[in-house]
Write a protein that binds this ligand. Structure first.
Ligand code: A3P
Ligand code: MG
Ligand code: MG
Length: 363
């Protein structure tokens, strides 16, 4: 079989007690430095330390912004490189059934309640493990379409500036070391610092949903305290900016967004989300800390249900593993708002560009 469909709807078949989710454990990590260069370590980790004064103008410094160049397709290269390094160091192979980005799993887990966006991924089976990357060409097309749509809407602020607000919030809320080792000049000068979006710390974790063991790589924004030892949890912090809540309609909109916040964070074991509320002009007016695990109980069940998401993902992953059983490259696709996920072969043999030569030579 080289094509198949997994229905998302009706989602009530996924309701009920949730399948087990393994507590994510980081087993390795990597960083990108200020120039976007890969580093096999935790050098780009940041600590959460709130801005000294509010409000903060999140637009400040936009003209000096150093954005990350997302035009090149980096596939799973750096994640695989990191896994190879880990396996060489420990002499043990990872036991995951699926290796992918946290971002891909976020799309899958939240699919039951996603009404608007679609996705496209490429997958290949290699030595009993399925590797899933984002279909970069699709993402580029979507981003361009979003840009054009925002221009057509004549929104008050360009999309580039609004996404800068998110990075600016990270910059004014973090320090490069624990507080006791950070200079006062640094803490007080954060509002004048160049916002550099190349800097990234990526955590690589082992986790599981239902019967599937996952190896996920993803960026974490910051941490608190000291890093947990092997297998020990770390107090990671995720940053999010959102518009201030002024009325019930705003609250409902925010509660919808909490689904993505929750999924994105629990997948890597991030226990806390620092939400920066901004006014309509991009001024950061308040910060609220939310415990990731408390999110599902905090929203009305009819808006979204976390157990449904987990059970859906568990069933989908079982199905994926039963369906992708030979070589070639598969496309995993959901058309925007579609009631199902399609799976079809785009290359009959080999593994496309998903798996690096380095990885294949090692394995
Ligand atoms: P906000 O989430 O505060 O808006 P992340 O939250 O995943 O760490 O991402 C950091 C920031 O990247 C986001 O901050 C936002 O500014 C930008 N960003 C992430 N995904 C985006 C998208 N799909 N479109 C535009 N900007 C995005
Ligand atoms: Mg981030
Ligand atoms: Mg963030």
């Amino acid at each position: 079989m080289s094509s198949a469909v997994f229905p998302i709807q009706p989602i009530n078949r996924f309701a009920g007690q949730s399948e087990p989710v393994k507590r994510p454990k980081e087993f390795t990590c990597y960083s990108y430095d200020a120039k976007g260069q890969y580093r096999p370590d935790d050098s780009s980790i940041r600590w959460y330390y709130e801005p000294r004064f509010l409000p903060v103008d999140l637009s400040k410094g936009f003209d000096k912004f150093v954005p990350h160049d997302a035009s090149v397709d980096r596939h799973l290269d750096d994640l695989l490189k990191t896994i190879v390094r880990h396996e060489k160091e420990t002499g043990k192979r990872i036991d995951a059934n699926i290796v992918t980005w946290r971002g891909m799993m976020t799309k899958i887990v939240s699919a039951p309640y996603e009404k608007r966006d679609g996705f496209e991924m490429n997958a290949t089976l290699y030595r009993d493990c399925i590797f899933i990357e984002e279909n970069h060409a699709y993402r580029k097309v979507r981003e361009e379409a979003d840009l054009q749509a925002s221009k057509a809407r004549k929104s008050a602020f360009p999309i580039e500036l609004m996404s800068y607000w998110g990075y600016k919030f990270e910059t004014v809320s973090t320090i490069p070391d624990i507080w006791a080792r950070t200079s006062r000049e640094y803490i007080e000068g954060r509002d004048d610092m160049v916002v550099n979006n190349e800097l990234q710390y990526c955590s690589v974790v082992r986790t599981g949903i239902g019967k599937t063991i996952l190896c996920l790589g993803g960026e974490v924004d910051a941490m608190e305290g000291v890093k947990g030892g092997p297998g020990e949890p770390t107090k990671w912090v995720e940053f999010k900016t959102t518009s201030e809540i002024r009325n019930d309609r705003d609250r409902g909109y925010f509660q919808e967004k909490l689904l993505k916040y929750w999924v994105q964070s629990f997948l890597l074991g991030v226990p806390k989300i620092a939400v920066g509320f901004r006014d309509r002009k991009g001024m950061l007016v308040s910060i609220e800390e939310i415990e990731t695990q408390s999110i599902p109980q905090s929203v009305p069940r009819d808006l979204w249900d976390g157990d449904t998401c987990i059970n859906f993902a568990s069933a989908f992953l079982d199905w994926l593993r039963q369906t992708i059983t030979d070589e070639g490259v598969w496309r995993i696709r959901r058309e925007p708002g579609a009631p199902n996920i399609e799976l079809f072969k785009v290359e009959e043999v080999g593994h496309g560009r998903i798996i690096t030569d380095e990885f294949m030579d090692w394995r």
